[in-house]
Design a binder for this molecule. Structure first.
Ligand SMILES: [Zn+2]
Length: 221
């Protein structure tokens, strides 16, 4: 499963080679799934995809003041909020992407171990790069696009990526699966989650750079 190389940091190698493999193909009903999500039941109205980055975050260790930012809980917008607060959010900005491509530069992409997010609809460039309200009564103030999915990058080389994702095989169950996703470097879009109409292409909203986040374990010297 490993797609890390000696050029990757120890933290990235740990995520891809040690932390994620025991969760592959674990589904609800397996006691191991409690590390992903304890509360899901059929018809509860959410998917468990956020539970996988949260599990990785807990394995890497969080300082108490950082844990309050919510990275360990599994909320999707909470993951991005925590990343923005820590200066670890890498936004897949459309204008910069197009400018770079115009100059012949290969756009940035996440690396193995990073937590990625997919979004859809308008307001990505103006709203997805800011902290979004967490209180229920303030959520109508959210200025970003719709958050569709989060997961963890295993291999982001070339046009076909490998990711590890919770929230799979629904709606009757929830599983962690190794996924293959097409990435279109020209648009910054990639294969999204299976819905009623197949697997639509979704915008890569951005990612949490795990090397930039202040996890307790496997920090670079
Ligand atoms: Zn977005």
């Amino acid at each position: 499963m490993s797609a890390t190389t000696s050029a990757d940091t120890e933290r990235r190698r740990q995520i891809v080679n040690v932390i994620l493999p025991p969760m592959k193909d674990v589904c609800i009903g397996n006691p191991k799934f409690e590390k992903i999500d304890k509360g899901w039941f059929k018809g509860c109205g959410y998917t468990t995809c956020g539970g996988l980055p949260a599990y990785v975050a807990r394995e890497l260790g969080l300082q108490p003041q950082v844990a309050r930012d919510g990275l360990n809980i599994g909320g999707l917008a909470g993951m991005r909020n925590a990343a923005i607060k820590a200066g670890a959010w890498q936004h897949n900005e459309t204008v910069l992407r197009n400018l770079g491509r115009g100059m012949g530069l290969e756009p940035r992409r996440p690396k193995p171990g990073d937590f990625y997010m997919l979004c859809s609809g308008d307001r990505h460039d103006t709203g997805c790069n800011a902290i979004c309200p967490e209180k229920k009564e303030e959520q109508h103030l959210y200025k970003g696009a719709k958050v569709e999915h989060v997961g963890v990058i295993l291999d982001s080389n070339g046009p076909v990526w490998k990711t590890m994702d919770a929230g799979q095989d629904g709606p009757d169950t929830q599983c962690v699966r190794l996924m293959t996703r097409n990435f279109d470097a020209a648009t910054g879009f990639m294969t999204g989650e299976r819905g009623r109409e197949g697997k639509p292409m979704r915008r890569l909203c951005g990612w949490l750079d795990v090397d930039k986040y202040p996890f307790l374990k496997f920090a670079e010297a």
